[in-house]
Ligand binder design. Structure first.
Ligand code: GAF
Length: 366
């Protein structure tokens, strides 16, 4: 039996501030991007999903009882969602799936969370199961952690699922609570610029896991389950962390958590020059304490500021990907031009620069 085609879309995200804080039960402030991944799913009642993508050639057949390791590459995110639904005691259904995506892959814009959340939405729409969005986020995260093998936190899935037009999302990872915060830089003659360095990044690589392990060791030294528990005690508490590198990693987490609230206040006051200063402080913290930027990414961020941005920071997991800059609207074109010229002159790939705004979260199409 073949059911009617279901179309479901989920967006990528940009994190305004609060980096690597999610798996430390801290805070972050992402926005959903207007760019989306769309799944067209035609259920057929068989015991497998056959999936194709506009980015890849060939079809991949994924049995509904797939196990970690059985499917690799991009289709592992689809297989992971089917597996994770089953582990969560939820139903799935076989059929054919076609995936199209506007979310740039490998740029740190959460193309993987967009794919997971779109697949999840399409399959649960087909089964008719009601799965609330927080549980959907956890199911998608488990797919990524335990099927794909990337030890990521919950931010990207929550951003993709809870995104709201014209709003950033203040997330408290202690309980996954999401509070929308009005975010419209244009109303204060400011612009949020997204500069893609085109240096690819990856989460399954060892550096992300190493940062996570460092934070866990620091929490262990402090006798707490997560760094969140010492957030209110100030960075002085970190003197009890044995290893100086772990201490610096933990300092980034505590200071970025604090900056999240400072950015919320500044955004609410439409004070984008303060937002920019906090972006640049966060970038310095990621460069010096968390050590997840690269000379290429630092050059992009520094050049944006030298060309007139209020501030700039790398966004996402690190080691490549994108920089965001907040700037007076009338400086936007000059910043894009200067960053392009300086970065190309330094021998790096030509970056792309666009103005972005907060888009809406995952949902059915049409
Ligand atoms: C990646 C991860 F997937 C997120 O969970 C988060 O840790 C982020 O890096 C860093 O803030 O996007």
């Amino acid at each position: 039996m073949t059911g009617a085609a279901i179309r479901y879309a989920a967006p990528g995200r940009v994190n305004l501030i609060g980096e690597h804080t999610d798996y430390n039960h801290g805070f972050a402030l992402p926005i959903a991007l207007p760019q989306r991944t769309t799944v067209t799913f035609t259920p057929d009642g068989t015991a497998a999903v056959t999936v194709r993508s506009d980015h890849e050639t060939g079809a991949i057949r994924i049995p509904l009882d797939t196990q970690p390791g059985a499917t690799g590459g991009w289709a592992a995110y689809v297989a992971g969602v089917l597996w994770s639904l089953r582990v969560a005691g939820r139903r799935s259904v076989g059929g054919t799936m076609y995936i199209t995506s506007e979310v740039q892959i490998g740029s740190g814009l959460s193309s993987s969370a967009a794919l997971e959340c779109a697949v999840l939405g399409a399959v649960t729409a087909a089964t008719g199961d009601r799965v609330d969005r927080t549980e959907q986020a956890r199911i998608a995260q488990r797919a990524e952690n335990d099927y794909v093998g990337a030890p990521t936190g919950l931010m990207d899935q929550l951003a993709s699922l809870f995104g709201q037009d014209g709003h950033a999302l203040l997330i408290d990872f202690q309980d996954a609570a999401v509070t929308p915060v009005g975010f419209d830089p244009a109303s204060a003659d400011a612009a949020l610029l997204l500069i893609d360095s085109r240096a690819p990044h990856a989460h399954a690589g060892g550096e992300y896991a190493a940062r996570r392990a460092s934070c866990e060791r620091a929490a262990h030294d402090l006798g707490v389950a997560s760094l969140r528990e010492v957030q209110d005690r100030g960075v002085e508490v970190l003197s009890a962390v044995v290893d100086p590198v772990d201490r610096r990693r933990a300092r980034h987490i505590l200071t970025d958590n604090r900056r999240v609230f400072a950015v919320v206040d500044a955004v609410t006051a439409e004070d984008y020059s303060t937002v920019g200063r906090l972006f640049s402080e966060s970038h310095a913290s990621m460069r010096d304490d968390f050590e997840i930027t690269t000379p290429h990414i630092d050059l992009v961020a520094d050049t944006a500021v030298a060309a007139g941005a209020y501030g700039a920071r790398m966004t996402g997991g690190g080691f490549g990907g994108c920089v965001i800059a907040v700037a007076p609207i009338d400086r936007a074109d000059a910043i894009a031009e200067r960053v392009h010229r300086t970065v190309v002159d330094a021998g790096f790939a030509a970056p792309t620069c666009s103005r972005i705004h907060a888009g809406s979260g995952a949902g059915p199409v049409g």
